[in-house]
Design a protein around this ligand. Structure first.
Ligand SMILES: [Zn+2]
Ligand SMILES: [Zn+2]
Length: 330
């Protein structure tokens, strides 16, 4: 089969690879679309020790089961393959499964014509759902999960909250769109890339600003910050922007460590929450949300052939891509 293989830092190669065959309890999926994730870019930059070349990346997958249980079903994939038996799995917090593995990381991913995964890690999508919507399930579920956790910690109803989103990539933009569909009126979105800033402004009703030209919001003025970047600068901006008693959701993970303002966190009783991926229930809820149009028309999503994947990675790397999400089509 044809696949786009991460062969070395800053290099992905479109080439022939052995076709996978499903083991017992697995399914073989013919890939319809697969999204390029920020974490794929991280791997491409050689900055993810868990993703070692040569490796087929890609975990934002929609396709049809062509072999194994459920043959003929159109599905999206939960990239996390979980054990179903540990305490976390039994509590429905399967994103924290102690024994989890992941597509496009510990095993071959979806930048290929076919991919195999555990039969228990697929979620049905309606046959009529546009591929560009179905392929957004995974990043959209990350936003939905983060907003769900935030809602539990906010004192006022989400719709009445004043929200700052940092980062206009897929997670930040999808979060802004979902917040809008939840009735949130006050959303500011910071993004440094001017192409993405323009695209985000067209796609959602948020007030879009350039963080290089100021904070976009007054200090201590927002109830909720969603940091979809997770860098030293955004963590500092999030802590500065949040109101006393407010909530900061840490979703992105561009830098792994930095000092944060523990004095403000403590004296202003700020809730700082780390959030990782989604549960199976979040993915199911996200398919339903995409189906009812909660994320808008998705006209900002770009689709390219898998054969041109290397150019897509390069364009994303060089910041030449306005689209917050590029999908590849094998
Ligand atoms: Zn992803
Ligand atoms: Zn488990």
């Amino acid at each position: 089969m044809k696949a786009l293989v991460y062969t070395a830092p800053n290099e992905v190669t479109y080439r022939d690879e052995p076709s996978p065959s499903p083991a017992h309890g697995e399914v073989l999926i013919r890939v319809e679309r697969v999204g390029i994730c920020g974490s794929d870019m991280h791997a491409y930059h050689g900055r993810d020790p868990r993703r070692v070349p040569p490796l087929i990346l890609g975990h934002e997958i929609v396709g049809d089961i062509v072999e194994g249980p459920g043959r003929g079903r159109r599905v999206t994939v939960n990239p996390l393959i979980t054990c179903g038996a540990c305490d976390y799995c039994r509590e429905g917090r399967d994103n924290l499964c102690a024994n989890r593995t992941m597509i496009g990381m510990t095993r071959a991913g979806g930048f290929a014509e076919w991919v195999t995964t555990a039969a228990s890690s697929v979620i049905d999508v309606p046959p009529t759902m546009p591929a560009r919507a179905a392929a957004l399930t995974e990043p959209a579920a990350t936003a939905l999960h983060a907003i769900g956790l935030a809602r539990r910690s906010l004192v006022r109803p989400l719709a009445d909250a004043c929200v700052l989103v940092l980062g206009g990539g897929a997670i930040g933009l999808l979060a802004a769109l979902l917040l809008q569909s939840e009735g949130v009126r006050s959303i500011a979105l910071g993004e440094t890339n001017p192409l993405r800033r323009a695209a985000a402004g067209g796609a959602c009703g948020a007030t879009v600003f350039d963080p290089a030209e100021g904070n976009g919001v007054a200090d201590a003025s927002v109830d909720l910050v969603i940091d979809a970047v997770g860098a030293r600068a955004t963590r500092a901006a999030a802590l500065a922007a949040v109101k006393p008693g407010g909530v900061v959701m840490h979703v992105g993970l561009a830098d792994w460590a930095s000092e944060i303002d523990m004095r403000k966190l403590t004296l202003a009783e700020v809730t700082l929450i780390g959030t990782y991926t989604y549960t199976t229930a979040d993915l199911v809820a996200t398919v339903a949300a995409l189906e009812r149009g909660a994320f808008g028309d998705l006209a900002w999503v770009e689709e390219r052939p898998l054969a041109e994947g290397a150019n897509a990675f390069r364009d994303l790397h060089e910041g030449r891509c306005a689209a917050a999400k590029v999908l590849l089509q094998p």
